[in-house]
Design a protein around this ligand. Structure first.
Ligand SMILES: *[C@@H]1O[C@H](CO)[C@@H](O)[C@H](O)[C@H]1NC(C)=O
Ligand SMILES: *[C@@H]1O[C@H](CO)[C@@H](O)[C@H](O)[C@H]1NC(C)=O
Ligand SMILES: *[C@@H]1O[C@H](CO)[C@@H](O)[C@H](O)[C@H]1NC(C)=O
Ligand SMILES: *[C@@H]1O[C@H](CO)[C@@H](O)[C@H](O)[C@H]1NC(C)=O
Ligand SMILES: [Zn+2]
Length: 446
């Protein structure tokens, strides 16, 4: 072999190596259209945290019955820290283990958000002020026993103990409550430790958005069960169905739904579902999307599903910034002019009082509302109730902070209880005061 030929081969080899390197680098960010296993999901999420360290934070809320982690990825600027009054959006998929399209949709959504950050102005602005928590599978055990290509089957629907997780949440209207499952318990804790303003629960087997209530007292026959925020839920559902190229036509998979949306109980009543629980007990708005007629379609169809659902998922997520939000501030025991954020105040909108939201541990509240004039009603056992009129525009969320004043004169309540409460309050506020002093000192030092 001549030396010239040798150099030539060497040069070609180096070029090939460079090309290979380029290919592997890009392949990390290009998520393929395939069904991803639990192991794949773990690799994908962990690669994203390496590639996008400031935009991502990955955590597990715990393990399923068979020991698989329920992973969540947060996407947004400074993803590992909460920023007061920046809302969290939640996507939960694959609660029914054999309904797998949502699982891939939310992975592609995550990738899209990561790749568009810094490129697309509106997505960048959104991720600067919002954290998106994505759980690709709530039922990894069910997924393991599901069958590729099975469109209508129920194998893999339940968790490993044979329970339907979307009938397993506490529901005071449920006549036959089932034993609480591990996955349900973990998700419940998650809903109470992280506040989700807006949430999507992705299912399959139909093409429609289903909104609360799923249940109502009494007989299990179909009928419309309106929540006090029916107008808001209809808006959320329509935003999704109208952003999908065909869902709003309403006739798919043998069903017919006007505009591609339905009230839950009007379709069929469900007791113990996640969406009613989140709305009644965890101060947020969840709807359920049925994203494909076929529950477990073959992989070549996945690209089409993503293309059709992409705008719907994004536009739905954008609706988190409507209505009103603010801080509930309570007068300090030590200084009449000092107001501190308070957790657990009851926040209601007049005319919609049957649903009571609680202020978060940061003192925040969020109410999604359509444009109009409203009255906010806030109460707390230690403070005088407050009513404040406000207006919601369609351009931006209204900011409304509320100050609550001490209610020393406890007319109707028991004397002793009143005294105990005040001392409890004082100790809570001592801790808060200390925390704010420490924070202030810390930040000035830095
Ligand atoms: C994750 O990154 C590693 C190293 O860059 C790569 O070999 C692997 O293919 C990536 N995995 C996925 C699922 O993207
Ligand atoms: C940015 O993303 C939004 C939401 O998906 C989309 O409507 C808009 O067209 C995108 N803008 C550009 C310039 O691509
Ligand atoms: C998002 O935040 C980054 C970093 O703070 C900033 O540079 C950028 O201008 C922001 N973009 C938008 C659209 O808000
Ligand atoms: C606030 O008002 C609601 C509705 O009247 C009531 O059910 C709730 O118990 C009150 N909360 C507190 C802490 O007083
Ligand atoms: Zn389902």
């Amino acid at each position: 072999m001549s030396s010239l030929k040798c150099v030539n081969i060497l040069a070609q080899l180096m070029l090939l190596l460079m090309l290979l390197k380029l290919l592997t680098v890009t392949s990390v960010s290009a998520l393929d259209f395939a069904h991803h296993t639990q192991r794949d999901i773990e690799n994908i999420l962990s690669n994203w945290t390496v590639q996008f360290p400031h935009l991502t934070h990955v955590y597990s809320i715990g393990k399923s019955v068979r020991g698989a982690d329920l992973w969540v990825i947060i996407i947004g600027q400074d993803a590992s820290h909460h920023h007061t009054l920046n809302p969290n959006v939640q996507f939960v998929a694959n609660m029914h283990g054999n309904e797998v399209v949502g699982r891939e949709l939310v992975l592609h959504l995550a990738e899209h958000l990561l790749l568009e950050y810094g490129k697309n102005e509106s997505l960048t602005g959104f991720l600067n002020t919002t954290h998106v928590h994505i759980m690709p599978t709530m039922n990894p055990d069910g997924y393991e026993s599901s069958v590729l290509g099975s469109c209508q089957g129920i194998g893999g629907r339940t968790n490993a103990m044979g329970y339907d997780l979307n009938r397993n949440f506490p529901d005071e209207l449920s006549q036959f409550p089932e034993p609480e499952q591990k996955e349900t318990h973990l998700v419940k804790d998650w809903l109470h430790s992280t506040h989700f303003v807006l949430s999507a629960n992705l299912h399959g087997g139909a093409l429609v958005v289903n909104y609360p209530f799923d249940s109502y007292p009494g007989a299990k026959t179909r009928r419309y069960s309106a929540s006090p925020d029916d107008d808001v839920f209809r808006k959320l559902a329509l935003t999704y169905s109208r952003s999908h190229p065909t869902m709003h036509f309403g006739s798919f998979c043998g069903d017919h739904f006007k505009d591609g949306i339905t009230n839950g109980a009007e379709w069929y009543p469900v007791y113990g579902g996640m969406q009613d629980y989140l709305y009644k007990k965890a101060s947020g708005y969840q709807v359920l999307m049925e994203v494909s007629c076929c529950k477990y379609p073959r992989a070549p169809l996945l690209r089409g599903f993503w293309e059709r659902h992409k705008d719907a998922l994004i536009n739905f997520m954008f609706t988190v910034h409507m209505g009103v939000k603010g801080l509930i501030l309570a007068q300090s025991e030590y200084n009449d002019n000092l107001f501190l954020p308070i957790e657990g105040a009851t926040v209601m909108v007049q005319g919609r009082e049957s649903i009571q939201f609680k202020s978060t541990k940061y003192g925040e509240y969020f109410k999604l509302l359509l444009p109009g004039k409203y009255i906010l009603m806030v109460n707390h056992s230690f403070y005088k109730p407050v009513e404040v009129p406000f207006e919601v525009q369609d351009t931006a969320v209204t900011r409304l902070d509320v100050q609550m004043f001490r209610a020393y004169l406890c007319e109707s309540c028991d004397e002793n209880n009143g005294k105990e409460s005040i001392s409890q309050l004082k100790s809570i506020q001592r801790v808060q005061l200390l925390a704010s002093i420490i924070t202030a000192v810390f930040f000035t030092k830095l």
